[in-house]
Design a protein around this ligand. Structure first.
Ligand SMILES: Cc1ncc(COP(=O)(O)O)c(C=O)c1O
Length: 406
């Protein structure tokens, strides 16, 4: 199988791959959280040992710590092709959307409408649905039950000038189809609405160019993109400044403070620059010239598609297995959810005996699982999720284990 990225060189960036206790264990639960890159671990250790003081004061350790946090904002923004005032670090994506929900409650007016989906993880839907308590109309953009797809026709049928927000996923953590974000953001702009895109399940496969996507809010989780346990949200600065301040009153108007009342861990903010170091390392392995982040993104996607093809070929040949979402690797992330005759978690437990780390359940997307006709609480799906650092040999082991257990 021709691979654009050399797995050995990629994996040299992850201490987990040389950890003795993890040998012989193939990791297929990356959608739950990826391994952490060495560059991130090094920056965390550096911050905790050298600059673990209050940042923003006038002594060297404090100045260095503050500079490391500022650098993380600048570099994260560059990778997303936006300016640093877009970037907000919070404790998790769920906490970030919770705060955004409160901010929008003070911004939208009774009679305004919003669009939510049943394809989303609860983090990007429950928070918005609660706006109904404030007199906001909540409209449902629902999946096609056969394909699990969110169609643009179904969206068009519920859009009008009263819609002020469309919240939807870049890719669901179960369906994994890559939704056409640019097509949705264009529709939103045409009616004067803003968009909140859950990129948590997409970002591990390459940070996107936010200018090209046109999203007003883009959310993802550091711990799934090789970094620390944080939620990162990019918010169009003009929108952020219009939203009511969610931070301390004294911080009114300070863009970095108004949407992150939890005051997230300084060391983890600084260490997030290690995610960008890692993406630059991927670009170097990929070779070529031009923007390293777009090169890393393209190479990661190409790698994943090559790795996913044999797994999809195998699964398509098993007629007792229902694959959720599309089977063409080019249109999806390598997060493969299967509806089986047995509960997903039961099969995942058996796979563990074969050295496969995977999981079953509904992964906080219980509305989706229910709408797919699967009991989200007692049955769920088996989810096999990988990223670009997975090897062809691991995929082969997975197929052998599935063959033994399905
Ligand atoms: C698609 C998706 N959105 C949002 C979240 C929530 O992210 P966090 O754990 O950072 O709150 C998850 C977590 O699994 C997810 O998979």
């Amino acid at each position: 199988m021709p691979l654009p990225l050399d797995p050995t060189r990629l994996r040299a960036n992850f201490p987990a791959f040389s950890e003795p206790s993890l040998q012989g264990q193939a990791f297929f639960q990356n959608a739950g959280g990826s391994y952490m890159a060495r560059q991130v671990i090094d920056r965390l250790a550096h911050f905790y040992t050298r600059t673990k003081v209050q940042p923003g004061d006038d002594y060297p350790a404090s100045e260095e710590g503050q500079a490391a946090m500022d650098d993380a904002h600048v570099r994260m923004a560059a990778a997303l092709n936006v300016t640093p005032d877009w970037i907000h670090f919070g404790p998790s994506t769920s906490a970030n959307t919770y705060v955004l929900g409160h901010a929008f409650a003070g911004w939208l007016k009774p009679g305004d409408a919003i669009v939510v989906t049943d394809q989303d993880h609860e983090a990007n839907t429950g928070n918005w649905r609660r706006l109904a308590r404030h007199g906001i109309e909540v409209r449902e953009w629902r999946i096609d039950r056969d394909t699990a797809r969110l169609s643009l026709d179904a969206l068009d049928a519920i859009l009008d000038e009263r819609v002020k927000l469309i919240a939807f996923p870049h890719a669901s953590n179960i369906v994994a189809e890559i939704n056409d974000v640019a097509a949705v953001t264009e529709r939103a702009r045409n009616i004067g609405a803003v968009t909140a895109v859950d990129g948590v399940s997409y970002a591990p496969h390459g940070l996107p160019d936010l200018k090209a996507l046109g999203a007003d809010i883009y959310l993802y989780s550091g711990y799934k993109v090789y970094g620390p346990h944080q939620g990162i949200m990019a918010v169009r600065p003009e929108l952020a400044m219009q939203l009511p301040n969610q931070g301390h009153t004294v911080n009114e108007g300070r863009i970095r403070k108004i949407l992150t009342p939890a005051g997230p861990d300084h060391a983890q903010i600084a260490a997030s620059a290690g995610i960008i170091d890692y993406l630059e390392a991927v670009a170097e392995i990929a070779g070529g010239t031009g923007d390293p982040y777009r090169r890393a993104h393209a190479a990661m996607r190409a790698q994943e598609q090559a790795l996913l093809a044999p797994l999809m070929d195998y699964l398509r040949g098993r007629n007792t297995v229902r694959i959720i979402g599309p089977t063409d690797p080019a249109t999806r992330a390598p997060t493969v959810a299967l509806h089986l005759s047995e509960p997903g978690a039961v099969v995942a437990k058996r796979l563990a005996k074969h050295g496969i780390m995977a999981a079953g359940g509904s992964f906080y997307s219980y509305r989706l699982v229910e709408d797919l006709g699967i009991d989200p609480h007692n049955h769920g799906v088996l989810r096999l999720s990988f990223v670009h650092y997975t090897t062809p040999e691991e995929v082969t082991c997975l197929i052998a284990a599935l063959d033994a257990e399905l």
